[in-house]
Design a protein around this ligand. Structure first.
Ligand code: AVJ
Length: 323
């Protein structure tokens, strides 16, 4: 028997609309240095490429975190009562949450993502595979304040934020975003978050420069997306992927580097590039255990438990909302 997926709502068509993308590309390329926020990687093609990144042998975060969730699911569930409302901002393919559902037995699951079609498909598959679970998908740009469906009021809310996506924020912004997650979890609520750890730069450099070039394709897809959606004339072959660990800042940086002097035209605007000039497309901050805990405490959380893998590559923090 196939479970009904009727519980998946379509509250909005698109998480970030055309004008957000247009506006941020136009203003980001006028800045010096030029930059475009990483959330625009995730159109349909970009979301697929991200999933391929997660399968690359060099990209340890997914493999390690997935192993930890499977291994510690019962221990994690021990902190949480049955019948909670599990909320996942930036749920992507909804694959990691599957490792928790049988142990945790939430009554509701609310996946949220910027990529609409991808979200509804992934949420539908969860609803099918876990017929006892009430799944309500919310298409939203989670970098902005988001309303939860009314059903989530009055239930114990657990926010699940795996994958170290918190690393995309500047540390100060990370505190602000964590404060919003605390508000989303509310009184009596909690947060289970995956955070990538500081480590040897050679491990980090290869994780963002996989031999198959998938991370490069993911980065360059942003230029294809500009061509597709914003009427750009970019010759993507004139840019190359560049990713490196910036030790002083404690972050991976991704750039799209211009291989020559050139002028880009996007919808009547033009942008000059010198040879070697780049568009900064992503930061991915790495934290120490104590460093991240301090950040979470500033945002109104109390640390309840921390799990590490055997090689201390990645961490899972379970935090409760201080009220
Ligand atoms: C989804 C932000 C956690 O920073 O590792 C992967 C995105 N970029 N490879 C990360 C990413 C290049 C990823 N996050």
């Amino acid at each position: 028997m196939t479970a009904s997926v009727a519980s998946v709502s379509r509250s909005r068509d698109e998480g970030a609309d055309y004008s957000d993308f247009y506006h941020e590309v136009i203003t980001g390329l006028e800045r010096s240095p030029k930059r475009i926020p990483p959330k625009y990687f995730y159109d349909e093609a970009g979301s697929r490429l991200f999933e391929l990144i997660c399968e690359q042998p060099e990209y340890y975060p997914t493999r390690v975190e997935t192993g930890m969730l499977a291994r510690y699911a019962d221990e994690i569930a021990g902190f949480i009562g049955d019948g909670c409302c599990l909320v996942e901002p930036g749920s992507g393919s909804c694959s990691k949450v599957r490792l928790l559902l049988d142990a945790m037995r939430p009554s509701h699951y609310i996946p949220m993502d910027i990529s609409g079609a991808h979200l509804h498909e992934a949420a539908g598959r969860v609803a099918n595979d876990f017929p006892w679970l009430d799944v309500r998908a919310v298409c939203a740009d989670i970098t902005r304040p988001v309303e939860l469906p009314g059903i989530a009021e009055g239930m114990q809310r657990v926010v699940f934020y795996p994958g170290s996506s918190i690393g995309n924020y500047e540390p100060g912004e990370a505190v602000e975003f964590l404060s919003r997650l605390a508000k989303m979890a509310g009184h009596g609520g909690s947060l289970l978050i995956g955070v990538d750890l500081e480590k040897d730069s050679s491990v980090l450099d290869s994780a963002y420069n996989d031999a198959n070039g998938v991370t490069a394709d993911f980065n360059l897809n942003l230029l294809h997306r500009i061509n597709r959606e914003l009427d750009g004339n970019i010759d993507v072959d004139r840019f190359r992927h560049h990713a490196f660990y910036n030790e002083d800042e404690g972050r991976i940086e991704m750039h799209l580097v211009s291989e020559c002097t050139q002028t880009l035209r996007i919808d009547g605007h033009s942008y000059e590039f010198a040879k070697g000039e780049s568009i900064h497309t992503e930061n991915s901050y790495k934290y120490s255990i104590a460093g991240f805990r301090a950040l979470a405490e500033q945002a109104g959380f109390r640390s309840e438990a921390i799990w590490l893998d055997d090689e201390a590559l990645f961490s899972l923090h379970y935090l409760s909302v201080v009220s």
